[in-house]
Design a protein around this ligand. Structure first.
Ligand code: ATP
Ligand code: MG
Length: 220
């Protein structure tokens, strides 16, 4: 199994209600899951725990047989290199270009420049941004920024792909293209979790559904 949560509870500082309450879950390698539930149900919290951006208040998160509570601070960047993530608020580097934001993961890995160039351009064309390579991200529309975030997450062929509302700013046609890209990453071996409110995604792509309601996993 690639992802496991054991009785995970998360209570944010200053909050009484847990954002996640006693969530236990196993996801096998190669699965594609849709994570759903109303606004405030805890979807982003769950994804942030998997990316080590948050620590659980109780319980354990295990990725690839590695208990995250046992990780040393220095190990976290290494773990994150294996994870592609599309944040709900993108977290792009605004002054860098579309090309530069997408290329970063491969540069950190020391991938040869020719290969970076080929991969980045190919993927940016696939997400419909072939004409925006040299625009700074701060100059883009919300939907364009979302597609840069998706390209950045996909570029390194990550073992785990976490996508927080990846189609939230896109029209239906573009959403379909993006879902196809996520499915093809899954077919190449990535384990994928997509958090979404969108009922059409859930109806159109019959996949494993993880449902949260007020922090409780009500369907898995
Ligand atoms: N940094 C934070 N500090 C305190 N409370 C937080 C923080 N982030 C989230 N919460 C609270 O935790 C709960 C779960 O939030 P979360 O962002 O995980 O929900 P969500 O399911 O992703 O919602 P949405 O669909 O609106 O994105 C909410 O009640 C929210 O107010
Ligand atoms: Mg959210």
């Amino acid at each position: 199994m690639v992802i496991e949560l054991q009785n995970v509870t998360k209570v944010y500082d200053g909050s009484e209600q847990p954002a996640l309450a006693d969530v236990s879950l196993r996801i096998e390698k190669g699965e594609f899951c849709l994570l759903t539930g109303p606004s405030g149900a805890g979807k982003s919290t769950l994804l942030r725990l998997l990316f080590c951006a948050l620590k659980p208040s109780q319980g354990e998160v295990i990725l690839h047989d590695q208990a995250l509570s046992q990780l040393k601070r220095d190990d976290i960047p290494l773990l994150r290199r294996e994870i592609g993530v599309v944040f709900q608020d993108f977290k792009l580097l605004p002054h860098l270009t579309v090309y530069e934001n997408t290329a970063l993961t491969l540069e950190v890995r020391g991938t040869p420049q020719v290969e970076i160039d080929r991969k980045v351009k190919e993927l940016l064309i696939q997400v419909g941004l072939g004409h925006r390579l040299n625009h700074r991200c701060e100059q883009l529309s919300g939907g364009e920024q979302q597609r840069v975030a998706i390209a950045r997450a996909l570029i390194g062929d990550p073992f785990i792909l976490l996508c927080d509302e990846p189609t939230g700013n896109l029209d239906p046609e573009r959403s379909k293209d993006i879902m196809e890209l996520l499915l093809s990453a899954n077919a190449r071996g990535s384990t994928v979790i997509v958090a979404t409110h969108d009922p059409t995604l859930i109806n159109n792509y019959q996949r494993r559904i993880l449902r949260l309601d007020e922090g409780v996993l009500t369907s898995s």
